[in-house]
Write a protein that binds this ligand. Structure first.
Ligand code: TMP
Length: 200
């Protein structure tokens, strides 16, 4: 979709910059231009970590919970990053048994996921958007003898479900997944509300 990458680059920059500022470690250094970022090289952990606040998508399908129902608490899920297998859901047992991450690393990942969820929920709520769910990826950053887990990849309307707080209108990739149209307009609206397109 023409122009989506430029918007995602700006939105992800905005989010990662704020996360860095509140002490959540990320791979992000700075945006270089319209389409590129300078980042720290990390060893990607082969997991997609999904945090859910409201039932939607595969959770609704799998468990028969109506889309839009507020969950009793935020839920963290793990998916094994393997395109050929369609990224199957896995448990901590699989992750530790197959050595994709260690138990202390899983603890770090979960506490980062909770902090990121708290921050993002507030950020979006402040601009009239409900953060339904989102996906993150993490990596190992090696600095001398030290290693720490940092947030990597991107956070954008491609990797979040964002609903308008008043109308429940979808402002994310579901517009594409569900053939609803208006994808670019929705991403532009997210960027506008976050106040990051003013200079252009
Ligand atoms: P799901 O309901 O399809 O499992 O998606 C949960 C969240 O994760 C949703 O915000 C979309 C995001 N996601 C990705 O970013 N990449 C993916 O490959 C998948 C399956 C979901």
């Amino acid at each position: 979709v023409d122009g989506k990458g430029v918007l995602n680059n700006r939105i992800s920059e905005h989010i990662f910059t704020h996360l860095n500022q509140i002490g959540i470690p990320t791979h992000f250094i700075r945006r270089l231009n319209m389409r590129e970022q300078l980042i720290r090289e990390v060893e990607i952990i082969p997991l997609e970590v999904v945090v859910r606040n409201v039932a939607a998508g595969s959770l609704s399908q799998r468990l028969g919970i109506p889309e839009g129902e507020l969950l009793p608490r935020s839920i963290i899920e793990f998916y094994y990053k393997k395109d050929e297998l369609d990224d199957p859901m896995v448990s901590e047992e699989h992750i530790t048994a197959f050595g994709w991450a260690s138990p202390p690393e899983i603890d770090d990942i979960m506490s980062l996921a909770v902090r990121i969820n708290d921050f993002l929920s507030g950020l979006f709520l402040g601009v009239g958007i409900r953060l339904v769910d989102f996906k993150i990826e993490l990596g190992r950053l090696f600095e001398g003898d030290m290693m720490r887990i940092v947030l990597a990849d991107e956070i954008s309307p491609d990797s979040c479900r964002l609903w308008d707080i008043k109308t429940d209108e979808k402002m994310d990739k579901d517009r594409f997944r569900r053939d609803m149209g208006g994808l670019l307009e929705a991403y532009r609206e997210v960027a506008n509300r976050l106040g990051i397109m003013n200079e252009n």
